[in-house]
Design a protein around this ligand. Structure first.
Ligand code: PRX
Length: 652
C-alpha cells in the first residue's frame, strides 16, 4: 500500500470556470457563496442540517439534529416521517400533481410516462399487494428487476409500508442473488419474467427459480410481465403481479416511521469473500440525498434529469429514485444498453426527450470516445445544460472530451465522489460556483469534512498521496453492515481511529481540491462497480480444476479496471485455452457477467508470505511492470519471482 507517493501536480493546471450564463441562474452562483455556506455548515452543523431537514415533510418533528459519533450515529432524533410520502404525496398538492415524474424508454423503443399523481396511485396499489402477501413493517423485500418503472414503484411501495428493500442488480447470477436473499433474511422476491439487454432476454424469473431450488427460504415470488417469455409458475409460491394488482384497493396510508428506521439494505463488495449488506436510514438519508440532488444538479422545476445508473446500485437509489423524486423532479430512465441497436442510442435519447441533465460514468464516456465523435454529430444536444460523472476516477482527457463533444463547452461537469456507504455525494463541484479541474472531484459538499492522512491519521500536505478519510459524521452515513457489527467497526472505524476510512487513496492540491487515485484495498473497480478480489477468488476455487486462485485489478482503457486471475490447478488438470474460458464462464455463473475475468493465467504456485497469505501486490506488479520493486523478503518461496517471470500461457 503506498500512502505517500509524491504526485506531479502539473495535472491540476487546467482550470475551467462555470459558464457565466449557467452561474447567473444557479442556486449557488459563486465560489465565495459556496465558501461562505461551507464554512457555516462546518462551524454550525446542527443549524445547517436542521435547516436542510425543513425541506422535507415530517409526521412528527425531530427533537435533536444528531446524536452519537460514527458507529452509533443518529440523525433527526425523535422525528417520524415516510420517505415515499415525501417523494410522492407531498407533490400532489400543487402543480406537480400533473408533472411527469418518470419518463421511461424501453430497449425496443416503447415509451411510458407517469405523472406524480399516477405514480402515487401505482405505488399505493403495489404497497397493498405486498401487504396482502404478508409483508409487514421491517420485513425485507428483495427486488430483482430490469430497469422499468415498476422497479421504482416497488421500491417506493416498500418505503410506504416500512418494509426494507434489498435491490439486487439484474446482472447478478442466481447464486449471487441467493446469497443476498439469504443474508438479508428475505422470504419474498419481486421480479419480472425477464428483461431486455442488447436485444436478448435476461431470464430473471428462471434465475429466481434456480436460487429458490437451492434454499427453502423463498416463500413468495411476485412476477411482473415484461418480455412475455415462457416461464414456470409454481402455484402457491409464484404470482403474476398484474393479477394481484386487480385484487387490492387504490388507497394505502403511508405509515409514520422513526427517523432511524432502515429504508434499505444494499449489498456491495468489500475485501472479504462475502458481500456486505449496507444499511441506510430513512430521515438522514432522505435529507441529504434531497439536498445534494438539489444543489449539485442545480435542479430546476423544468429539468428532465437522466442518471444512467441501474437501480441495482447506490447511484440508482440515491440519484435516480430518492433524491430527484424528493425534489419533485422529472426523471428519465432507459432500460437497455448504450450500444443498442447502435452506439448512438444515448444521443438519440437525449435529443428525442430533450434531456437537460445527464449523469453517467467514466466507463460509458470512454466507450463513447472509442465509438467516435461522428456518432454524436447527427443529434441536437442543445437541451443539455449540466453533465455529471460518477463511480471511478475520470481521466482528465476523458473529462475534456465529455466537456467539448457532449457539453459543447456550455455545460459544467460535476465529478461526484461518494460510495454505497456514504449514501450521498460527499465531494463534488457545485456547477454554478466551483471552478472545475478535469480529473478532480473538486471540493467537499456542505457539512462534509474530508482529509488526506497517513497511516497514523496525520493530515498530509498538498501533493502527498494518502488515505481519504472523513472526519465528521453526516446524515446519510451507513448505519451498519447487516448482521455484522464487527466488520462495520473494523472496516470503517478502526484503522484510523476517530474518522471514517473510505478505502480510497487521494491527494489534495494547493487549493484544497481532492484528487481521488482509486481503491487502496483489494477491491477492483470494473466499470464503476466494486468487485472484491476475494469474491472472484472464491468463485474460481469452487471450480473442480482449481486448487488456488489470486485475482488482481489491472488498468483497462474502457472499464477503468479489468480482472486478471491467477490460478494453480489440481492434479490431473492441464492449462488450456478451453479451461481458461471455462473458468471465466464459471465466474459469470457464480457472480454475474460483471465479474468475468479478462484473462486467466496458470501458475505452478502463488506467491505467499510465510504465514500463508497470498501476496496479490506482487502479482499485480509483475503483470503491470514485468518486475518487482517492493519487499519480497517475507515470501515463502524465494524462487517465485523467477518462476512467474518465466510463466507464459503458451499452452496448446
Ligand atoms: O473508489 C471510489 C470510486 O467508487 C468507490 C465507491 O463505489 P460504490 O460504493 O460502488 O459507489 C459507486 C457510486 C457512488 C469509491 O470508493 N468512486 C466513486 N466515485 C468516484 C470514485 N472514484 C473517483 N472519482 C469519483 N467521482
Amino acid at each position: 500500500m503506498e500512502a505517500q507517493k509524491k504526485i506531479d501536480k502539473s495535472t491540476s493546471a487546467v482550470v475551467i470556470y462555470p459558464p457565466s450564463s449557467f452561474s447567473k441562474k444557479a442556486l449557488i452562483d459563486s465560489l465565495e457563496k459556496y465558501s461562505f455556506l461551507y464554512k457555516e455548515s462546518i462551524e454550525n452543523p446542527e443549524l445547517f442540517w436542521g435547516k436542510a431537514a425543513q425541506e422535507i415533510e415530517w409526521f412528527r418533528s425531530w427533537e435533536k439534529v444528531s446524536n452519537g459519533r460514527f458507529i452509533d450515529s443518529q440523525w433527526f432524533c425523535g422525528g417520524s416521517l415516510n420517505v415515499a410520502f415525501n417523494c410522492l404525496d407531498r407533490h400532489l398538492k400543487g402543480d406537480r400533481r400533473n408533472k411527469r415524474a418518470i419518463i421511461w424508454e424501453g430497449e425496443n423503443g416503447e415509451c411510458l410516462s407517469y405523472t406524480y399523481e399516477e405514480l402515487a396511485k401505482e405505488v399505493a396499489i403495489v404497497a397493498n399487494v405486498l401487504k396482502r402477501h404478508g409483508v409487514r413493517k421491517s420485513d425485507t423485500v428483495v427486488i430483482y428487476m430490469p430497469l422499468i418503472p415498476q422497479a421504482i414503484i416497488t421500491m417506493l411501495a416498500c418505503a410506504r409500508i416500512g418494509a426494507i428493500h434489498n435491490v439486487v442488480f439484474a446482472g447478478f447470477s442466481a447464486k449471487a442473488l441467493l446469497e443476498r436473499i439469504q443474508d438479508s433474511e428475505a422470504s419474498i422476491v419481486v421480479t419480472a419474467d425477464g428483461g431486455f439487454r442488447r436485444g436478448k432476454i435476461i431470464p430473471l424469473k428462471a434465475r429466481v427459480d434456480e436460487a429458490a431450488s437451492m434454499s427453502s427460504q423463498i416463500k413468495k415470488v411476485l412476477v411482473y410481465k415484461r418480455v412475455g417469455c415462457s416461464i414456470q409458475m409454481i402455484p402457491g409460491r409464484d404470482y403474476w403481479m398484474e393479477e394481484e394488482l386487480q385484487k387490492v384497493e387504490e388507497h394505502c396510508e403511508p405509515i409514520a416511521l422513526d427517523s432511524e428506521h432502515p429504508l434499505f439494505i444494499l449489498y456491495t463488495s468489500g475485501t472479504t469473500g462475502k458481500p456486505k449488506g449496507i444499511v441506510h436510514s430513512s430521515a438522514g438519508y432522505l435529507v441529504q440525498v434531497a439536498l445534494s440532488t438539489k444543489m449539485i444538479f442545480d435542479l430546476k422545476e423544468k429539468d428532465l434529469y437522466w442518471c444512467t445508473a441501474d437501480i441495482g446500485w447506490i447511484t440508482g437509489h440515491s440519484y435516480v429514485v430518492y433524491g430527484p423524486l424528493a425534489n419533485g423532479a422529472s426523471i428519465f430512465i432507459y432500460e437497455g444498453a448504450p450500444d443498442y441497436p447502435s452506439v448512438d442510442r444515448f444521443w438519440r435519447l437525449i435529443d428525442a426527450h430533450k434531456i437537460t441533465i445527464f449523469y453517467t460514468s467514466p466507463t460509458a464516456i470512454r466507450a463513447f470516445i472509442k465509438w467516435g465523435t461522428s456518432w454524436i454529430e447527427n443529434y441536437d444536444l442543445s437541451s443539455l445544460r449540466l453533465l455529471g460523472s460518477v463511480g471511478e476516477p475520470i481521466n482528465p482527457e476523458v473529462w475534456l472530451w465529455f466537456y467539448r463533444h457532449v457539453g459543447k463547452e456550455r455545460c459544467p461537469i460535476v465529478d461526484t465522489w461518494w460510495q454505497t456507504e456514504t449514501g450521498s455525494i460527499l465531494i463534488s463541484a457545485l456547477p454554478g460556483a466551483t471552478p472545475m479541474k478535469p480529473g478532480s472531484a473538486t471540493l467537499p459538499f456542505f457539512g462534509i469534512l474530508p482529509d488526506v492522512v497517513d497511516e497514523k491519521g496525520q493530515s498530509l500536505p498538498p501533493g502527498r498521496n494518502g488515505f481519504l478519510v472523513i472526519k465528521r459524521p453526516w446524515p446519510s452515513l451507513l448505519r451498519g453492515i447487516h448482521k455484522d457489527e464487527t466488520s462495520f467497526k473494523k472496516i470503517y472505524f478502526s484503522r484510523i481511529p476517530g474518522v471514517y476510512f473510505t478505502g480510497d487513496g487521494a491527494y489534495k492540491d494547493e487549493e484544497g481540491y481532492f484528487w481521488i487515485t482509486g481503491r487502496i484495498d483489494d477491491v477492483i473497480n470494473v466499470s464503476g462497480h466494486r468487485i472484491g478480489s476475494a469474491e472472484v477468488e472464491s468463485a474460481l476455487v469452487s471450480h473442480p480444476a482449481v486448487a488456488e486462485a489470486a485475482v488482481v485489478g489491472i488498468p483497462d482503457s474502457t472499464k477503468g479496471e479489468a480482472i486478471l486471475g491467477f490460478v494453480t490447478l489440481k492434479e490431473g488438470y492441464l492449462p488450456s485455452t478451453e479451461l481458461s474460458e471455462a473458468l471465466k464462464d464459471h465466474v459469470v455463473k457464480e457472480i454475474g457477467s460483471l465479474a468475468r475475468p479478462k484473462e486467466i493465467r496458470f501458475l505452478d504456485t502463488l506467491p505467499k508470505t510465510r504465514s500463508g497469505k497470498i501476496v496479490r501486490r506482487l502479482l499485480k506488479e509483475i503483470s503491470l511492470e514485468g518486475r518487482i520493486t517492493g519487499d519480497t523478503t517475507t515470501l515463502e518461496d524465494s524462487q517465485f519471482i523467477d518462476k512467474i517471470a518465466k510463466a507464459k500461457n503458451d499452452f496448446p
